[in-house]
Design a protein. Structure first.
Length: 261
């Protein structure tokens, strides 16, 4: 029963919150596989619970970025225009698979492994991708940038409801390529703000399908909120590039274990 192992859930929430507060990476990328591999939570339930967890934690981050004027609502609107419809379609597909043969867990497991590898690649190869993109593509026309931002949102709208992974590292990497003139802090703020409606819509969709464990959600929040605060104080003292590389390598190993589970 959940109440007999509440402390491990709280500690896990704190650890993931600490990483998120320090690097901005690690929410869905680590929380969902942690729930599946360490605690044996059903993959669909792990994704649904983590999505509501993300929507609640990132709401606070969005408020802070809004007050600091470090987000771009134009980018948020473009991403949401692609992600929200794609998320709804993905949820309908998950409902179909769950209602016909119970294949939803297998689909989520495979999608999770792929999303983890993509996230790891974006962390390890971000500088190379930015340099190669700037050399070969450069600045796009405003209309092309707008269309590709909506397309980016659609890709995230497919990945996030299916795996709860992608709204962070993948979204930031894509936005850095599309908006090289913007300061990184505004890109990060915009990505966090966009994650709120995306994870909320996806989380509600999973909730309506019975894929959310609210007792588990409360335990994760109990640990993660202090962890995020603690991580924010550690930012100046932690070598972020090294930590991001470590997270990427962990994600590769986790992806392999998810495929074997």
């Amino acid at each position: 029963m959940l109440h007999t192992i509440s402390l491990p859930y709280v500690i896990s929430g704190f650890g993931v919150g600490l990483l998120v507060g320090t690097t901005g990476v690690g929410g869905g990328s680590l929380m969902t596989p942690l729930l599946v591999l360490l605690f044996g939570v059903e993959p669909v339930t792990a994704v649904g619970t983590d999505l509501l967890f993300a929507s609640l934690t990132k709401t606070g981050g969005s408020v802070i970025h809004g007050l600091n004027r470090t987000l771009d609502w134009r980018i948020v609107a473009r991403l949401a225009a692609g992600s929200v419809p794609a998320a709804i379609l993905t949820l309908v597909g998950l409902y179909y698979f769950r209602a016909h043969g119970g294949a939803a867990n297998a689909l989520v497991t495979k999608g999770l492994a792929v999303a983890l590898l993509l996230t790891a690649a974006s962390l390890l190869m971000r500088r190379w991708l930015i340099a190669a993109y700037a050399k070969r593509v450069g600045n796009l026309a405003p209309r092309a940038t707008a269309r590709l931002t909506v397309l980016t949102g659609a890709v995230l709208g497919f990945l996030v409801p299916l795996t709860s992974v992608g709204a962070g590292a993948l979204g930031v990497t894509a936005l850095i390529l599309l908006y090289p003139e913007l300061p990184v802090r505004r890109i990060v703020g915009s990505d966090i703000a966009h994650a709120v409606p995306l994870t909320l819509v996806a989380g509600i969709g999973h909730w309506l399908q019975g894929n959310v464990n609210f007792a588990l959600l409360s335990m994760l929040l109990l640990g993660s909120l202090p962890g995020i605060v603690a991580g924010s104080f550690l930012v100046p003292r932690v070598p972020e590039p090294a930590l991001r590389t470590l997270i990427a390598l962990v994600l590769v190993l986790v992806s392999a274990n998810v495929l074997r589970s």
